[in-house]
Design a protein around this ligand. Structure first.
Ligand code: NAP
Length: 285
């Protein structure tokens, strides 16, 4: 039976990036839909549910994407509510690459430090990638500081992480001023810049003063990069004892995780590949 991936994208045009990856993941047929919302998705899901019964259902799967992660999450919730009993298909949720990117960043950090013992600062950690990285890191036992310009926003992120990871050691840290940033970075071994594209969050001079730092990962590929001096192609490039990764340096692993996750969809009809499952796929690469 042919493997059919149904791409539900919350943007007007289904992402060409996600389409290329689907093709490269050996999907036989790709059905791509744009402008998908919780209000218009039900019929699309019914088409997946009611066509191939029993064991054949695992050959149909759903990918949820789009640039707005909150919209993707709302769509995921709706899609799940349409399923009943065993009449369901597997889902991969990766709006804006948030899960695969966070998983790849954490895997990179884990090559250099014991994540169960480490303290990590996520600069701009209140966005979807930061929140997912925090979820993965805390699930491994790391202590995570969410860097932000807004304590209230970061508190909400911490709450969201705690709702996913029981006992998560996560706290909000004001990093919008040089003093706040210096205090927040004290004693951290890992910094991951998960701030918005084109925003520098840590200068080379500020970085040089963090004596405990062992890994610096910048997920922003748009100049100026998030961590000054970390180049976008850097992949485990050592600078004064600190292993540096840029957005494209992390991107290779992200692509591998994305492809493996698409392939995994077709192994059962009831998988939900969200943050934790996507990270597990990365661990098993
Ligand atoms: N390499 C890849 O494959 C890949 C894939 C996906 C995403 N990315 C990159 O990963 C990064 C994170 O993505 P995201 O979608 O989670 O980010 P985002 O939601 O756009 O931004 C994350 C946080 O950045 C902070 N921020 C926004 N504007 C700022 C400013 N002017 N000054 C200082 N801080 C600012 C905000 O935190 P506060 O308001 O709390 O300060 C915001 O919550 C982005 O750079 C994105 O391009 C890379």
């Amino acid at each position: 039976m042919k493997k059919i991936l149904i791409q539900l994208d919350t943007d007007a045009h289904p992402s060409t990036f996600d389409r290329v990856v689907a093709v490269d993941s050996d999907v036989d047929e790709l059905f791509s839909y744009g402008g998908v919302t919780p209000d218009n998705v039900t019929g699309l899901v019914h088409g997946a549910m009611f066509t191939r019964g029993g064991d054949g259902l695992k050959n149909t799967a759903i990918f949820i994407g789009g640039s707005n992660v909150a919209d993707g999450e709302a769509l995921l919730k709706k899609v799940q509510s349409v399923f009943f009993g065993p009449v369901r298909v597997s889902i991969l949720m990766d709006s804006n690459g948030s899960n695969t990117t966070a998983a790849a960043a954490v895997l990179a950090a884990g090559k250099h430090v014991d994540l169960s013992q480490t303290t990590a600062l996520l600069l701009g950690g209140t966005g979807p990638v930061g929140q997912r990285a925090a979820q993965i890191l805390t699930s491994l036992g790391a202590t995570v500081r969410i860097g932000t310009r807004s304590a209230a926003k970061a508190e909400a992120t911490c709450e969201a992480v705690r709702s996913k990871v029981e006992g998560a050691n996560v706290s909000a840290h004001e990093t919008g001023t040089p003093e706040g940033l210096a205090a927040s970075a004290e004693g951290v071994e890992v910094i991951i810049a998960t701030g918005a594209a084109g925003i520098q969050l840590l200068s080379a001079e500020q970085r040089s003063r963090i004596g405990s730092l062992k890994v610096a990962i910048d997920l922003n590929a748009v100049p100026p990069v998030g961590i000054e001096g970390v180049e976008v192609f850097d992949k485990a490039v050592e600078q004064g004892g600190v292993f540096c990764y840029g957005a494209i340096g992390v991107g290779g692993t992200k692509m591998k995780i994305h492809k493996a996750a698409v392939q995994k969809l077709f192994t059962a009809n009831d998988l939900l590949l969200d943050t934790a499952a996507v990270f597990e796929i990365g661990q098993n690469l």
